[in-house]
Each structure stands twice: as C-alpha cells, then as structure tokens.
Design a protein around this ligand. Structure first.
Ligand code: 13P
Length: 252
C-alpha cells in the first residue's frame, strides 16, 4: 500500500485578502488534474475562513493554520485557539516550525501542548523539525532530529500519531535557495522513519507521511519527491506563485 502524497503551501506572513483569494483561485484551476494528491494551504489567520469557503467543494484540498495557542481559552490577548480553528472547519495546524522555535522561542513543552489541543479539537498536525547548519557541519544532524522527535512524540499514542504528519525542514535550507540534495533528504527521511518505528511500530512508521521543506521549488521537486521516503513537500516561497506551486503538485 502506498503512502499519501502531499503538497502543502506555507504562506507565512504574506498576502493580503485580495491576493489570498486570487492565489487560491489560481491554485484551484492549475491543480484540478491532481485529485489524488493531498493539497494543504497554510494561509494566514485572517484568510483561513475565506480559504475554507473557497475550497469547500474541491477534492483533496485542505486548509491549515500556521500556529495555534498552547492555551485552551481565556485571557491570552492576540492568541488563536485550536477550538477557534476547528470551529471554522480548518483541517490542519503547523506546529514546531523553525521560525516559531527561533523567533518566538517555542519550547518542546509548548509544542506538546499545541499538538494536544489541536488533536483534541479534531485538527490534524504537521509537526516540523530540522537541524541548524552548524549542527550539520559538526555531524550532529541525526542526533538533533532524533531529540526533536523523541522529546515531542513520546507524549502521544500510536493512535494519535495517525493525525500527525512530519515535516523535515533543515533550517539551513529554509528561504535560502539552498536545498537538501535528494540523497541528504532520503537519508534523513529513512532515519526519521526508523526513529518512529522504534518509538511506535514498523507499521505506523511505514504509514506515516514525511514531507520535505526547505527551498523546494518547481525545478527540484520531482527529484526530491522521487526519493522512497519523501512523501511530498512543505513549500514556502514557491507556494506564493500559483504556477510554481501547481508544478510542484504535478511533480510526483
Ligand atoms: P522555503 O520553501 O521558502 O524555503 O520555506 C520552507 C518552509 O519554511 C516551509 O514551511
């Protein structure tokens, strides 16, 4: 049985409402031949409901938030709860993105709470992790990734893992134009699958989607996606151009 193939676009803090609407419309038109690929749009909070409404009748199209609060509800000015996201029929939430870890100092403990609230509200999670350049240079990338995975995933059951996808995003490749080679991606993805197998089971590891993120674009997507353990991509910059994003969706 083959695993799902997935292409997700993380728009980060980009687009205004008009741009978001036309980007969604262009992506819809440009990808209508790829119904078997799971497509996820991680739009900014203010445009999530619009994205949900505009994609409601599409096959295999989902909407995700780029973050959710570690708190359930209450006096946390400016925060957005998992329940709020669920109430607008959002499907996914991103947790652990390196920009959240770096700029907002999110810790493993906070990531665990965010995932718990997301799962409790029937949201699926894409859990992101990946090593810094210095760690790779010193040959510590496997140990870093192992710790990032173990520290968080050990709080969840095998059943819960069915609603968590993984995204390996080496920090040195994010927004830099420098991408992992297919060999580097495959080597790490196979390693991630082994860790999941040890933490849970071989069956769960084999069924788990693992996405690659970090300067994945219309030119390099097909060689990355042809790797046995790469099940798709989490796309930043190239997800803001409908043509490029649709080419990536067609890259399997
Ligand atoms: P880029 O594709 O712009 O490198 O961003 C990757 C990313 O951070 C996706 O979450």
């Amino acid at each position: 049985m083959g695993r799902k193939k997935i292409v997700a676009g993380n728009w980060k803090m980009n687009t205004n409402l008009d741009e978001a609407i036309s980007l969604i419309s262009d992506i819809k038109t440009g990808s209508n031949h790829s119904s078997q690929i799971e497509k996820i749009i991680f739009a900014p909070f203010p445009f999530l409901k619009t994205a949900v409404d505009n994609l409601a009748t599409e096959t295999n199209f989902f909407v995700g938030a780029q973050n959710c609060s570690e708190h359930i509800k209450g006096a946390y000015t400016g925060e957005v709860s998992a329940e709020m996201l669920s109430s607008i029929a959002c499907d996914f939430v991103l947790v652990g993105h390196s920009e959240r870890r770096t700029f907002f100092k999110e810790t493993d403990g906070q990531l665990i709470l965010k995932i718990q609230h997301a799962l409790n509200n029937n949201l699926k999670v894409i859990f992101c992790f990946g090593e810094h350049l210095e760690e790779r240079k010193h040959g510590q990338h496997f140990d870093t990734v192992k710790l990032q995975l173990e520290n968080v995933l050990k709080s969840f059951s095998e059943e819960q893992l069915k609603n968590i996808y993984l995204a390996y995003e080496p920090v040195w490749a994010i927004g830099t134009g420098e991408t992992a080679t297919p060999e580097q991606a495959q080597e790490m993805h196979a390693y991630i699958r082994r860790i999941v197998s040890h933490l849970f089971s071989e069956v769960t590891a084999q069924n788990l989607p693992i996405l690659y993120g970090g300067s994945c674009n219309a030119q390099n997507a097909s060689e990355l996606f042809s790797c046995a353990d790469v099940d798709g991509g989490l796309i930043g910059g190239a997800s803001l151009k409908a043509d490029d994003f649709c080419k990536i969706i067609s890259s399997f």
